[in-house]
Design a protein around this ligand. Structure first.
Ligand code: LLP
Length: 406
């Protein structure tokens, strides 16, 4: 038996495009996007795909065609959205440290909203908007101080995190923002963390934010939208992930009759399980204590296992009749942390292809050139058609910015 990406055997993708290779299924992208629009249909939300999860221009273009807006955190991500034909008017600018140049770029592009995260940021956006004689649409990212129960590196809504304005300071910050002549308050925002496998913190955050919405309305500060941040977690192994319909129903009930447009910023759940990292076994090294399957992908291609001890399912493209053995799947990088999976049961030998699953989100977008490795190619598969959406990097491209110094 051999494994397929939609109608194409992975072995054909490897032959045509080489390895390591990111392969994305277009049908899976569509299904994930439809999952949100259908579950939240009664609220008619604006889904703003979080570009950081996977900023490939073709992926952005695909979501734009599905009607998606975008959540960006840098001028670079805004440039990508614009280059891919995304709509600035449906783009939310998040992020804790926006530079002056980035704010100016976004104001000129006409983004839907700046999610402001501190008092100095309010001053900075006001000053730039005044200089450009523009009005900046803004919301405050409020830190609701709820525990998202996820990996500490990707939890963002606790008091101890650098993100957002403290809940207790939020009303005063809104009053301050409301006094700024070049700011127009349009919304409120929170984002408590990523890979959430429990619905209750999301619902609790929404509840707490709505209390603020009501206080603000009582003071004459009326909001147009409520942005609940990123999406739900995905299944990497056997996690119980929140059901979108239950999330949508809970949010709808909480919003009640308030006249608020819902905005969501999902990243991982739109692309994560649509993507697979295809890699070739270079050597099998059997040792006294441990066996190692050395592959041609490494932590520079997919750093989630090294960075968060994240689990990604790994399986062989061709099922073999040979006996499986237990091994760590590792890359060629000179670091003990360069592993893609630990203690996996695999039947494989040199030359075989392996699939590293659930790699569509925070895979290619977090890749680097560590050990002077070229970044992997990416393909988008639609039925029987595979489109190269990022060429494999070349050594010339890697070195181009440094040649001047020689
Ligand atoms: N909105 C904001 C403001 C965010 O900071 C994030 C993710 C999202 C939306 C999208 O969240 P999602 O739907 O993907 O959960 N590199 C880590 C994940 C970092 C997430 C950071 N913020 C990983 O590989 O697990």
């Amino acid at each position: 038996m051999t494994l397929y990406c939609e109608n194409i055997p992975y072995s054909h993708l490897a032959e045509e495009f080489g390895t390591p290779l990111y392969a994305y299924s277009q049908a899976a992208l569509n299904e994930a996007f439809d999952g949100y629009t259908q579950a939240f249909a009664a609220l008619n939300p604006l889904i703003c795909y979080a570009v950081k999860a996977n900023g490939n221009l073709s992926i952005i273009k695909h979501f734009a065609a599905l009607g998606s807006g975008f959540d960006i955190v840098s001028g670079g991500e805004l440039a990508r959205v614009l280059a891919a034909g995304g709509d600035a008017a449906k783009t939310i600018f998040s992020g804790v440290g926006k530079s002056e140049a980035e704010i100016e770029f976004a104001l000129n592009a006409g983004v839907k909203c700046f999610n402001m995260e501190s008092l100095p940021e309010i001053d900075r956006i006001q000053a730039i908007a005044a200089r450009l004689d523009k009005t900046a649409p803004v919301s405050l990212r409020v830190n609701p101080d709820v525990d998202p129960k996820t990996h500490p590196y990707i939890s963002t809504g606790l008091k101890a995190n650098k993100f957002g304005i403290a809940y207790a300071d939020a009303l005063a910050a809104y009053r301050y923002a409301a006094q700024q002549p070049n700011l127009k308050i349009v919304g409120i925002d929170c984002h408590i963390g990523s890979q959430l496998t429990d619905l209750s913190p999301l619902v609790e955050a929404c509840e707490r934010i709505l209390i603020l919405v009501d206080h603000l309305a009582a003071e004459g500060i009326f909001l147009q939208h409520l942005d609940l941040g990123g999406g739900v977690g995905i299944v990497y192994r056997d996690e119980n992930v929140p059901d979108l319909k239950s999330y949508a129903d809970a949010v709808q009930k909480l919003i009640g009759s308030r006249n608020l447009k819902l905005v969501l910023e999902p990243g991982r759940s739109l692309v994560g399980n649509a993507g697979t990292l295809l890699t070739k076994v270079e050597f099998v090294k059997k040792g006294e204590e441990k066996n190692f399957v050395m592959v041609d992908a490494a932590m520079n291609d997919l750093m989630r296992p090294a960075l968060y001890a994240a689990y990604h399912h790994i399986e062989a493209v061709e099922q073999k009749n040979t006996a499986p053995f237990t091994a760590d799947v590792v890359g060629p990088i000179c670091e003990t942390g360069d592993f893609l999976g630990k203690d996996r049961e695999l039947a494989c030998e040199a030359g075989d292809l392996l699939l590293i699953r659930s790699a569509g989100a925070y895979g290619a977008s977090m890749a680097s050139n560590y050990n002077a490795r070229n970044r992997a190619a990416e393909v988008l598969v639609n039925g029987s058609e595979a489109k190269l959406i990022r060429q494999r990097e070349t050594l010339e491209q890697q070195m181009a910015n440094e040649l001047d110094c020689l």
